[in-house]
Design a protein around this ligand. Structure first.
Ligand SMILES: C[S@@+](CC[C@H](N)C(=O)[O-])C[C@H]1O[C@@H](n2cnc3c(N)ncnc32)[C@H](O)[C@@H]1O
Length: 227
């Protein structure tokens, strides 16, 4: 699968002093570099534990809270924007968390080269760029081939959790996830799940709620081939 169209556009956005400090001083303590051979997760985290990957963590607010709430889990956060990488690195240092690693790279390539099959406890993708215009839909991260790849990397019983505030993207996600035969919807009656308490409510989402905007959560698990 050669995917040349990127799901993001890199802009030289402003990086605050705190984010700059995070990038220059702390990122190296949490960085997982992309090199072509899959990571040995036990070595990278200095322990054996279930590992959850968050794709496109933005400023890292949800990831930070989840990592604090679940110290028994390893988290890998993937984000291409420098400001977000710096922000999360600064927070990880501030709170002295040891169960998070950061990858500043395109998640599509990371999943192609760095992760072993059946190795992850879950993958979460919260509010991926919706790419509103129809002619940009090909840029959306959630595509059939990418979900197939994620499903391969997840262990049987592991999860894929997506959330979006864009209904048209939610419908597309539901279609793609439901047609992947190795996955099943955790919602027995099909369709969307209520937001689980495990997913922190973001500031942006709280604002959306006040304005009456919808949010759609989709939670699927990987089937066990042998059962
Ligand atoms: C709309 S933001 C949402 C951020 C965050 N999850 C939240 O809920 O606030 C989507 C993020 O995904 C990142 N992103 C998009 N495509 C990506 C990719 N292929 N690899 C890594 N990050 C990506 C973008 O840089 C952006 O920060």
């Amino acid at each position: 699968m050669q995917r040349k169209i990127k799901s993001y556009v890199l802009r030289a956005g402003r990086v605050s002093n705190r984010q700059r400090q995070g990038l220059d001083h702390w990122f190296k303590n949490y960085e997982l570099s992309v090199g072509g051979t899959p990571w040995n997760l036990a070595e990278e985290f200095h322990r054996i534990a279930d590992t959850v990957v968050e794709i496109g963590f933005g400023m890292g607010a949800s990831l930070l809270t989840m990592a604090q709430n679940n110290p028994e889990l390893n988290y890998i956060g993937i984000e291409v924007h420098q400001a977000g990488v710096g922000s999360l690195a600064a927070d990880l240092h501030k709170y002295q968390l040891s169960n998070v690693r950061i990858v500043a790279h395109d998640a599509v390539e990371v999943f192609r080269t760095q992760l072993l099959d059946n190795s992850l406890a879950g993958v979460q993708i919260f509010f991926p760029d919706p790419w509103h215009k129809k002619r940009h839909h090909k840029r959306r991260l959630i595509q059939k081939e990418f979900i197939q790849l994620l499903a391969k990397k997840i262990k049987p019983g592991g999860f894929i959790h997506c959330a979006t505030d864009w209904q048209d993207y939610a419908e597309h996600m539901l279609d793609v996830l439901s047609t992947e035969t190795t996955l099943q919807n955790t919602r027995k009656e099909g369709g969307y799940s209520p937001r689980p308490l495990s997913r922190p409510l973001t500031k942006f989402e709280q604002r959306g709620e006040r304005l009456g905007h919808g949010v759609w959560d989709l939670i699927f698990t990987k089937l066990d081939e042998n059962s």
